[in-house]
Design a protein around this ligand. Structure first.
Ligand code: G4P
Ligand code: NA
Ligand code: NA
Length: 192
């Protein structure tokens, strides 16, 4: 999506360790008009999919998912991060290992919010190693629901998440895919 790529080139900051800072429009301050164009694009891409619900993960996925949901006319559920899971049987849980933050946490979704007849679109801001997304896929499968696909704002194409998920036969649509970036020159190359 050219609009997002242009914005990343203009306002994104490449940090050491292959981290892209997009705090001024995506991860801290949020450009809601841009989110709306992204939501429109997700809807165009998934126009034929019988989506009944959008699933994301707190915190940064929520804003994008909510604006996208206005184009799909479906509810948004966000997985909650929690340090310790109270296994009372009312929750689906998945363990997520964050390479970027070097820690492991559990995410939970109440069973009552995903049912076997749901067709779910996963939306998130970044796809890096794919751990967050794989955790959400796990939860959807535990519920017996269908994963219709994944919609990502920024995929770091040089990390393994996109490949891992596509190899499972799951559709992944990323609005911008970064092929490489350089923290010295600030240069960002997108996959065409
Ligand atoms: P993974 O989920 O793809 O495996 O990613 P990883 O563990 O490597 O990343 C953990 C967190 O860091 C995720 O957010 C992810 O969105 C974010 N992230 C990964 N690479 C980048 C990057 O280059 N730039 C930015 N800005 N974020 C990146 P999170 O921990 O779930 O936090 P949040 O959603 O509360 O912000
Ligand atoms: Na995220
Ligand atoms: Na994030």
């Amino acid at each position: 999506m050219k609009l997002l790529e242009d914005r990343i080139r203009k306002d994104g900051v490449v940090k050491p360790g292959n981290i892209l800072k997009v705090d001024s429009f995506l991860n801290h301050q949020m450009d809601v008009e841009l989110f709306n164009k992204m939501g429109e694009e997700f809807k165009r891409l998934y126009a034929d999919a019988p989506i009944t619900k959008i699933l994301t993960i707190e915190a940064s996925g929520i804003g994008i998912a909510c604006i996208a949901a206005q184009h799909f006319h479906v509810p948004v559920v966000f997985a909650k991060k929690s340090q310790s899971v109270n296994l009372d049987g009312e929750m689906y849980t998945a363990k997520i290992e964050s390479f970027t933050h070097k820690r492991t946490y559990d995410v939970i979704v109440a069973k009552k919010f995903i049912s076997p007849d749901d067709h779910i679109l996963i939306i998130d801001d970044f796809l890096a190693n794919g751990c967050a997304c794989l955790g959400l896929i796990d939860i959807i499968r535990s519920a017996g629901a269908t994963v219709e696909g994944v919609g990502i704002a920024v995929e770091k194409g040089f990390q393994k998440g996109g490949e891992l998920i596509r190899k499972q036969g799951i559709r992944v649509e990323s609005l911008a895919i970064i092929e490489r970036m350089d923290d010295v020159t600030g240069e960002i190359t997108f996959r065409s």
